[in-house]
Design a protein around this ligand. Structure first.
Ligand SMILES: *Cc1c(COP(=O)(O)O)cnc(C)c1O
Length: 280
C-alpha cells in the first residue's frame, strides 16, 4: 500500500492510499477449494473476448491442476486477441456462444455438460458466495487508519465481501462501471446473504461514473488517465479502476480513503486499442 499525494484531494480535505489487489484471484480461491473437495477435474466459466475473469480462471486452472473451459460471448475471430491467446496458452479450451444464447446461458449448461463432461461451474464475472468469502479477506490486510475503502463494481462480488470483512465503523464504497447499475445493490445484498447469512449496512454504490457503460469511455476519462499518468506515473485500467478513481477525485467519499487497484489480472493497462468510445 502507498499513499498517493495529490493536491486536488488535499484541497478537498481527503487523503488517499492505494492497495493493489488481484480481486479475481481472491474470488476464485474458495471456488477452487470447493471444486477440489467435490472431486471435479474441470472448471467451466463464461466471459467476453477481453474478460479479466476468463484469464484469471485459465491461470488458476494451470496453477492448480484443473482443466478449464471458457465459453466466450460472440463469434470466433482468428487470430485470437491477446486476451484469449493468453487463456489458450494457459491450457484453456475455448468455445463460443452467440450473443443471444449467451444472455440465456443457464439454459445451455446441460448441453455443455453433454459436450464437455462434468465440470465445476463458475458464473460469468466469477461472483458467487464463495467469491464474496474470498474478498472478505481483503479488509484485514489494510494497515492504515481509514474510514472508507473504495472498489470498482462490475458484478458486485468484490464489494459484497470487502464490506462484510470490515471492522465496525468503516465503510465500503463501490463505483459501478456499467450503465443502469441500479440492480447491483440487489446483487451485493444477495451475495452477502448467500455467503454470510447477513446483509451489512456499511456499503453503498455510486452509479454516476460509468462514463457511457461497461468498456466504454469518453474524452473526459481519457484526459483523467493521461493526467494521472503524468502526475503519478501510474497507468489506470480504464474499464474499472479509472472510473473509480475519477469518482473519488470528483466526490471524495470520506477523509481517509483507501482505493483498491484491482487490475492484477489485466494485461491491458498500457494498451488502449480495444476501447469503445461512448457517444458523448
Ligand atoms: C472484475 C473486476 C472488478 C469488479 O469486480 P466485481 O466483483 O465483478 O464487482 C474490478 N476491477 C477489475 C480490474 C476487475 O477485473
Amino acid at each position: 500500500m502507498r499513499e498517493l499525494r495529490d493536491e486536488r484531494l488535499t484541497a478537498q480535505g481527503a487523503r488517499l492510499w492505494l492497495k493493489w489487489d488481484d480481486n479475481k484471484r481472491r474470488k476464485l480461491k474458495y471456488n477452487l477449494v470447493a471444486a477440489r473437495d467435490q472431486g471435479y477435474r474441470a472448471i467451466l466459466t463464461f466471459g467476453g473476448a477481453y474478460s479479466n475473469h476468463l484469464r484469471a480462471v485459465a491461470r488458476a486452472g494451470r496453477e492448480h491442476g484443473f482443466d478449464t473451459i471458457g465459453i466466450v460471448r460472440g463469434e470466433e475471430h482468428l487470430p485470437l486477441n491477446e486476451s484469449l491467446a493468453y487463456c489458450v496458452a494457459q491450457g484453456m479450451r475455448l468455445s463460443y456462444l452467440d450473443r443471444a444464447s449467451y444472455r440465456d446461458w443457464p439454459s445451455h449448461v446441460d448441453a455443455l455438460r453433454t459436450r464437455f463432461g462434468d465440470f465445476y461451474l463458475v458464473p460469468e464475472g466469477g461472483s458467487n458466495a464463495l467469491a464474496a468469502r474470498g474478498c472478505a479477506e481483503i479488509a484485514p490486510e489494510i494497515d492504515v487508519d481509514f474510514d472508507v475503502v473504495c472498489c470498482p463494481v462490475g458484478t458486485g462480488g468484490t464489494l459484497a465481501g470487502l464490506a462484510y470483512g470490515l471492522p465496525d465503523g468503516k465503510q465500503a464504497h463501490g463505483f459501478a462501471v456499467l450503465k443502469g447499475g441500479g440492480f447491483l445493490a440487489g446483487e451485493v445484498a444477495r451475495l452477502q446473504r448467500e455467503a454470510f447469512d447477513v446483509v451489512t449496512s456499511n456499503w453503498s454504490i455510486d452509479l454516476d461514473f460509468h462514463r457511457g457503460g461497461y468498456a466504454r469511455r469518453g474524452p473526459e476519462l481519457d484526459r483523467f488517465i493521461e493526467d494521472f499518468r503524468a502526475r503519478h506515473g501510474i497507468d489506470l485500467d480504464w474499464v474499472y479502476v479509472a472510473k473509480m478513481m475519477l469518482g473519488i477525485f470528483s466526490r471524495p467519499p470520506g477523509t481517509n480513503i483507501v482505493a483498491l487497484i484491482t487490475d492484477g489480472s489485466n494485461l491491458y493497462n498500457r494498451s488502449y486499442d480495444n476501447c469503445t468510445y461512448a457517444k458523448s
